[in-house]
Write a protein of this length. Sequence first.
Length: 487
Amino acid sequence: MTMDMPYLKAISTPLLAATLITVSAAAAQDGEDCDLNILDPFNPKWVEQYGVACNNARRVSTTPPAGLDPENGIPFERLKTMPVAGQGPITFTAKTYDANGNLIPKTVTLPDPVIIVSWVFTTDVPPSTVCGRPWQSFKMLQEYVANDCDGALNSWFTMNCDAIEYIDDVKNIDRACLNMNAGGQGCDDTIAIGLPTVGVPFAFGQMQDSKGAYDPYFDAASDYDFAWWEEFVIVAVADRSSLIRPSLNPTVAPNTKDRITDNGEPVWDVVNQRYRRPNKTDAIYPAVKEKLENFVGWFGDDEFRGFNGYWEWQALWQERSWNGTPATPNPPYNQFPYSGLGLTLDWTTNYDAETDTVWAPNESDPLPRDFYALSEFIHIGQTPIYFIGGFEGSQYFGSPEGNQVHWYDSCEADLNMDGQVDGADLSILLDNWDTEEPTSENPTNLCVNIGKISPRVGGAALVELLNNWGDCTSWPFSHDELSPACP
């Protein structure tokens, strides 16, 4: 995600944006107050808050589980497990590239299918390598294989509905305020809430104009490979075997009759008061050993394989996430709040919006329980996932209102979420056309910024809307086979 830390590009994570137009930016459709009092990209104090969270991430490895410390321990009940064998399979026709670079049909069967979600950012210039392709170019059910040739490397995901559950039950945020019709504020708020839930900052580099003044729409995004306004959500389907936890317990399946996984919870070393990798005397060791046999991962230009390679890869992630890369002494942009325990860390936790105060607890203070956010998984190298669609964050996270369809019946450029791209969406885009460069005082409507080539709603967004004209492609599976609906 930063030009000096290529391994961080793997987290081009985790989901947000929105579409304004019919309702005041300060209120949801039902008139409810939507001043969420959150830390957002318009407040330069986010950099300090992010740095504090990266530092506190070190303490996670010595914080006991909630089973031993119910009040302050890590809530491992938030770890999600993937379907056990027998809940599939699904068979479908995917698209893949042949040796000549042409998309051709391919029949695929996934024994244990799972829906996965990630935040990714716009690639305005396609990668120079023959294997790298920007997500925006992907077609429905197009195959993607994690590889060492493009910037994605091991892409990071969470399971469908996990982030929605966290926002509902832990953050207690009314997702009507994140709806596409909640105004441009809703689009920005979705990003400001969604990126921290997966531990991702608003930028991996300085956000400032040519004179050094803070600029949330900084023009140097391409220099750092990342800007918050470029973020959108992708949804894909994969077999459970293509994913692994980047954790001291990398298993993804629940306990079964013949396999103990502790449902993903890592081993707590009572003697040393910290988490550790399992050894041969631990009940979960056979499941962990089996899960790591086919691991392929990358860290920068280095490749890691198998059981031993995974532990080297995981240790490097921990070291570089907290300490940064020696070659790039630019904290906190070269750091990352990585738990190494299977849960993402929400770096905005405990920010006091009323006083605009950054959270900086003493070493003896317990870490807040809502610091622990989502179950994280990575895409194992040389294994396939199948792209379903790209969505604005507000399409995915905002609760539908009135005649709006759910995200899985919507599509890119469906600005009013009625399931089709037509004249109504064109009218919304033209009403939000930016005649000037956006600023903090004159923000753009990111939900209408289709394609996100620049922070400005203009000709590029219009071209993308016209390219998507017509009915949205519906969810490619029956809901009985694989339902995208959240409880």
